[in-house]
Write a protein that binds this ligand. Sequence first.
Ligand code: NAP
Length: 254
Amino acid sequence: MAAASPFGLTGRTALVTGANTGIGQGIALALAEAGATVIAAGRSDMGETQALITEAGGAGHALKVDLQQQGIAPRVIDQANDLAGPLDILINNAGIIRRADALDFSESDWDEVMNVNLKATFFLAQAFAKSAVDAGRTGRIVNIASLLAFQGGIRVASYTASKSGLAGLTKLLACEWAAKGINVNAIAPGYIESNNTQALRADPDRNDAILARIPAGRWGRPSDIGGAAVFLASDAAAYVNGAVIPVDGGWLAR
Ligand code: NAP
């Protein structure tokens, strides 16, 4: 009999936040295709994602959660563990962006972005790691960062701060938890077709400028991020800790 692939996720359970659309949906589908049971979590209906998972022959569940809610993280992890757990994999994907010149940037646009992109991500990771360590289990955390963990960008002050913070947090958690068997890593997606980049793609000047710099010559698709997430969640990445991996069609190499 052939040995099981180290890239396979059969028998694992994954929680993916913001899985109804975009990159989260692409990751949820890729994990399910690799054999994981996927809990698609978010504030919107997960019907489309669940249908895609079922179509691919996978197993999925939905969990309603608004990550702006104070103190929500331990409840999310408990509910996910009850639904289809114990959890093996946490994908911190949910994220928002607000655009305004730094001179005009509002406090609410700062707080809302920080709450979802950084605060909820940290406390979900903490609750996930606590439940895994308490149960004597190992785990995988994959945070979805951004090229703006490496670059400044323009007109997205809270987004850049949150994603740069997320890269640092990924490394800190990797250092604290690697020896406990919890691998923490991040993916930095390039320019991906999703709701998040709708405004950029609709602006012909920005669209052309972005495309001109991408060596791969196209916008990324949510499915492009799925493969990296499967790798980081799998046994093949057992010795990968604290990495922030760009999946960007070569943007940063330029
Ligand atoms: P998207 O289509 O806008 O998806 C964002 C997801 O986050 C949606 O599922 C959204 O749910 C969810 N979300 C937002 N606020 C939430 C809250 N309070 N509670 C629960 N869920 C919430 O954008 P995307 O491009 O797929 O983004 C996914 C991740 O990739 C984000 O972290 C983003 O920063 C990151 N990223 C994207 C790009 C890109 O080029 N697209 C590049 C780098 C990094 P709703 O649909 O209900 O709003």
